[in-house]
Structures are given as C-alpha cells and as structure tokens.
Design a protein around this ligand. Structure first.
Ligand code: ATP
Length: 226
C-alpha cells in the first residue's frame, strides 16, 4: 500500500542503491570517482562494490579474490555511502550479474530503486551478458559517459540501441527498475591494466589509486614480478 519495509513511498528514492561490479584488480580512482559521481547524480543512499569471483568474460583474474576484496574494502574506508559486498567472490562458479541482482532483490524487496552502474566499455558488451534483458527487470542502468561526446570506444549494437531507445530517461521518481540513464562523468584515463603494468616494471602507481590500496599491494607483493 505505497509502503515497502515501513517506508512511505515518497522516501523510497532516498534509499536507492547503486551496484558496481568489476574485477577491481586493483580498484583505482577511476572506479571510485565513477561511484561518487553516480551517487551524487542519482541520489544514491549506498553504493555496493561487488568484486567479481569468476567473471564469465575474462577468465579468472590472476589476483586471488581475497586480495581484490580486501583492496576494495580499504579503498572505500571512510566513505559512509560505500560498502564492499563479497557475494560474488563467495559464490562458486561464474559470476553473472543477473544472479547477483536477483539475490540482492531478495534482500532489498521489490520496491527499492536499484541502479546498476556501468562504465562505457562494460555497457557496450552488455548484449553478450547472460540473460541481459532481464537486468532491466531487476535494476535501472546508469552508464558513465564522457562529457561533450569525447572519444568513444565503440558504438552500441543495434539490439542494444533499440533497448536503450525505449528505456532512456524513462525513470519515474520511485520506479525500482527498468530505465537507462547516460551520465557524464569526469574522464579519468586510469585502468587496472596500466597500474599492473607499472607495478610489474617497478614504476610508480601513486595517485592512480588510494595509498591504502597501494600499501596493501606492496605488503603482499602483488603485481610485482619476482
Ligand atoms: P582492466 O584494465 O583490468 O580491464 P579496469 O580498470 O577496466 O580493469 P574493471 O574492474 O574491469 O577495471 O572495471 C569495472 C568497471 O569500472 C567497468 O564498468 C569499467 O568500465 C569501469 N571503469 C574502469 N576504469 C574506469 C575509468 N577510468 N573511468 C570510468 N570507468 C571505469
């Protein structure tokens, strides 16, 4: 009757949850800035960072999940809106986003708005994801784009374009799922690959990721060639 978990309908949007998945090998300021800008733009009460256990598209990340999880935890420390969620790491087999969102929905209920946060490259690969159209039943999608139409890494496939055309900016204030929003974000040319390469060459990765994460990397001699 207009309420979920005791909250009046009008207040639901304040409890919108962002879900941000990735290999986070390692987590860096590109990830953190995306989550921060999305949280502000979408009015998210929380962002869950969900490190992938076995990403279906990329093979097993070479850094054990326990390290990727701990680096993510250290990265979000001090930000009350950010939490790390270990459910994909704990699950056996490949991590499918549709399964992750289904298990989250079982906890959050059907009415809380959930936003799946995606970088541009992840968005373009969406039609290759397991049961990708079901994602819209479970969440809204927010795609980080470069402002002023900066260099694109590719064009969405026609099936993705069609899906987006119907759903773009169609969110109603309290809808729990089903719309797509393109959200311009500050471009940061940081990638985990470049960080791993720099560290393997004993070059500095400072200011590309939080010091707490870099300290952890050095403590555990991650990415550094013997
Ligand atoms: P790798 O270099 O190993 O491919 P990555 O830096 O792209 O890693 P992922 O963990 O694969 O990191 O990315 C998780 C999500 O973060 C993806 O949706 C990706 O598009 C997005 N992302 C990664 N780096 C950036 C960045 N610098 N700016 C905006 N989004 C980013």
């Amino acid at each position: 009757m207009g309420r979920a978990g005791g909250w009046p309908r009008a207040r639901l949007a304040m409890h919108a949850v962002g879900v941000f998945g990735g290999t986070f090998d390692p987590i860096h300021f590109g990830h953190l800035r995306l989550a921060e800008e999305m949280a502000e733009a979408l009015g998210l009460a929380r962002v869950l960072f969900i490190p992938a256990g076995q990403p279906p598209h990329r093979g097993t990340p070479r850094t054990p999940a326990t390290h990727r999880l701990e680096m993510a935890r250290r990265a979000v420390q001090g930000n009350p809106r950010f939490t790390v969620d270990g459910r994909e790491v704990a699950a056996p087999g490949p991590s499918y986003t549709v399964d992750t969102l289904t298990s989250l929905r079982a906890e959050l209920g059907t009415e809380v708005p959930v936003w799946l946060l995606l970088g541009g490259d992840a968005f373009l690969s969406l039609p290759t994801w397991h049961e990708w159209r079901r994602l819209f039943e479970l969440a809204h999608l927010a795609v980080a784009t470069r402002p002023n139409g900066g260099a694109q890494t590719g064009e969405p496939s026609s099936e993705l374009q069609q899906e987006i055309a119907q759903r773009r900016n169609h969110e109603t204030r309290d809808a729990p799922a089903g719309s797509v929003r393109m959200q311009a974000m500050t471009p940061l040319g940081i990638s985990a690959t470049a960080i791993r390469t720099a560290l393997a060459r004993h070059e500095s990765a400072r200011y590309l990721l939080p010091d707490a994460v870099l300290d952890y990397i050095h403590e555990h001699r991650l990415y550094i060639q013997p």
